[in-house]
Design a protein around this ligand. Sequence first.
Ligand SMILES: O=C(O)C(=O)CO
Length: 333
Amino acid sequence: MAASEALFDAVRGLTERDLVVALVCGGGSALLPAPPEGLTLAEEQALNRALLASGAPIGVMNAIRKHASRIKGGRLAAACAPARVVSLIVSDVPGDDPAQVASGPTVPDAVDARAALAMIEAWKIALPETVLAHIRSAASAAPDPRDPVFARNEVHVIASARISLEAAAARAGAQGVPAVILSDAIEGEARDVGRVHAALAREVACRNRPFVAPVVMLSGGETTVTLRGDGGRGGRNTEFLLAFAQAVDGLEGIHALAADTDGIDGTEDNAGAFADGTSAGRLRASGHDAMTALARNDAWGAFDQLGDLFIPGPTGTNVNDFRAILVRPEGHG
Ligand SMILES: O=C(O)C(=O)CO
């Protein structure tokens, strides 16, 4: 809250001769709480918790967050008026819509409260009654992007998943491994997305289609985890990998890395982990199993047990999930 206030202080009393340069990256939604009048920080925190546990994609979460904030949804840019605002965006959202990054403090968008309420219902998001009442009230309305206060503002996406995947593909190519980019905007339940990636890897490994091995398949985006277990530790990338490991159990020549580019995946200090066709078997041999770990959302526990966590530490930037799946020709385990 102090950070949000400091931003408002910094832009108070600007004139039309002023220029505000806003560098915005993911994580801003959580780092800039500013409950609107009538709501408390505890209520904004409860909203945040409910959103994170719901499995809703980031576009849905942030559309809702913008209806319970004094700073999100372009409100910070509105507070800069009549100064000009140039937003430089490091995008961590699938599709790179700048209004979604950090819930767009300087980039207004057109989602209205009715749409936000429909999302709350569709995703069965359990919100405190006070928060719901606020969203239903006229006070939740975010500024209209067509408002003349935004007329001179500019927005530039300066880093994104697309750019990181293209860089990774070039790097793999330079090392003699052909790379394909599946998509930079994959969303969905982490374990389901993991199984689909595993099916693709199997198809390449067993039938050399749709790509011929050796190949590294790259993908990005942001998966989500619906919390089922109690007391499990982990994040979406390790959960993705645990389902992946189970689905390629026993297959040789398939190696995967899944990690959050900010260096921290979920609740612990790892960015992600490594998995291959031996992971599930090694887990069984140590008296654990992938299925039970998945049921508890304890992917961190599983990869910690295997010694296969990937821990580079915080990277200082965030273009969301990064996955690389290498399939080598048969006999090159
Ligand atoms: O809203 C956020 O803070 C995100 O991480 C997505 O940009």
